[in-house]
Design a protein around this ligand. Structure first.
Ligand code: UDP
Length: 332
């Protein structure tokens, strides 16, 4: 299939682009490179398949969709940091909601009917029950989650109006790196737990600050569902088989298991062989105690299942990437 990946220069986008190529698809990337990396595109689809453009440039989107005869769009371009979204909500709404609406309009004009998009566990807010199923109420507690909810609502409208076929994958915590060691997580500034912890092992930080040790969890630290980025990428391939016109289908993409911050730290210590000092800090605003997925809908309907089922396996791939490329894509 001829596929356009928006945000294909990013962390999840680059792994998804590679998975698509490995499955025999023809892939183009659209990215404004505000957060993504040209090098990541070079290592996947190649720079001749990269368009550097804004999602807000609807005419340009129509042009690419038409010129390359795109049949399916995988829309991953978005801002995704909770803390940043709280400080700069307008920027988040403009990019995540406005950008998606521009893309929907361009697809309508170019008569492209198939769309797979990234959504997030943040749309559920702080559910009182675990694990989270897709039928839980959407009640985001931060601006990032709110923007993704607005995007989902826009898609529901577009699907019914334009006969669009949409799958929205609600990612849990993307983690790890490509086992080849040449694609991985490279954010500036870095805010995610595993890269930060491994940066301590590399001597780039003095310690890990654990954001709260008094949560209602077995060891007092927050529990999340860490899902390997290659497993996330594979979910997009599976989603292609279930697209149905006029509908938006939602799937949780997580392992179904929760891992605490302390358990992640232990795994990083074991894998890196470094003591990785930590200090107990205050809670980070907006962090729920526990979040993990019920992934049974993805398992049964998408025929998807995670290959990386232990946190150590996930951390091993992240460690290979961070130790081989301590400065991310700038390491060369
Ligand atoms: N976390 C932490 N110290 C850090 C970064 C993250 O204790 O320096 C915790 C954070 O509070 C959360 C978990 O690690 O409970 C995962 O956070 P991350 O930012 O990686 O992902 P999020 O769940 O926010 O998408």
């Amino acid at each position: 299939m001829r596929i356009l990946v928006t945000g294909g220069a990013g962390y999840i986008g680059s792994h998804t682009a590679r998975a698509l190529l490995e499955n025999g698809h023809k892939v183009w990337v659209l990215d404004n490179l505000s957060r993504g990396h040209k090098e990541a595109v070079q290592r996947t689809v190649g720079l001749d398949r990269l368009t550097i453009a804004s999602l807000h440039d609807t005419d340009r989107l129509v042009q690419i969709l038409t010129l390359q005869e795109i049949e399916l769009v995988i829309h991953l371009a978005a801002f995704s940091l909770v803390g940043e979204s709280q400080k700069q909500p307008e920027m988040y709404f403009r990019n995540n909601v406005g950008g998606s609406q521009s893309l929907i309009s361009a697809m309508h004009q170019a008569n492209v009917k198939k769309l797979i998009v990234s959504s997030t566990t943040a749309v559920y807010g702080t559910p009182s029950q675990m694990p989270i199923t897709e039928s839980f109420e959407r009640a985001p507690v931060n601006q990032y989650g709110q923007t993704k909810l607005e995007m989902e609502l826009s898609l529901e409208h577009a699907a019914s109006q334009n006969d669009l076929a949409v799958v929205a994958l609600r990612y849990f915590n993307a983690a790890g790196a490509h086992p080849n060691g040449d694609l991985g997580e490279d954010h500036d500034p870095e805010t995610h737990l595993i890269p930060i912890t491994l940066q301590v092992a590399l001597g780039q930080r003095e310690h890990l600050t654990i954001f709260g040790n008094d949560y209602a969890t077995p060891d007092g630290t927050c529990v999340r569902d860490y899902v390997h980025v290659c497993d996330l990428a594979a979910a997009h391939i599976c989603a292609m088989d279930v697209l149905r016109n006029g509908t938006v289908q939602y799937f949780n993409i997580g392992t179904g298991a929760g891992t605490s911050v302390s358990e992640v730290l232990d795994a990083c210590r074991k894998v890196s062989g470094h003591p990785i000092p930590s200090v107990d800090g205050i809670r980070r605003s907006g962090d729920p105690d526990i979040l993990y997925a019920d992934n049974s809908k993805a398992v049964s309907e998408l025929n998807w299942s995670p290959k990386y089922t232990s946190i150590e396996q996930i951390v091993e791939t992240a460690w290979r990437w961070h130790s081989d490329s301590p400065n991310g894509y700038r390491s060369g």
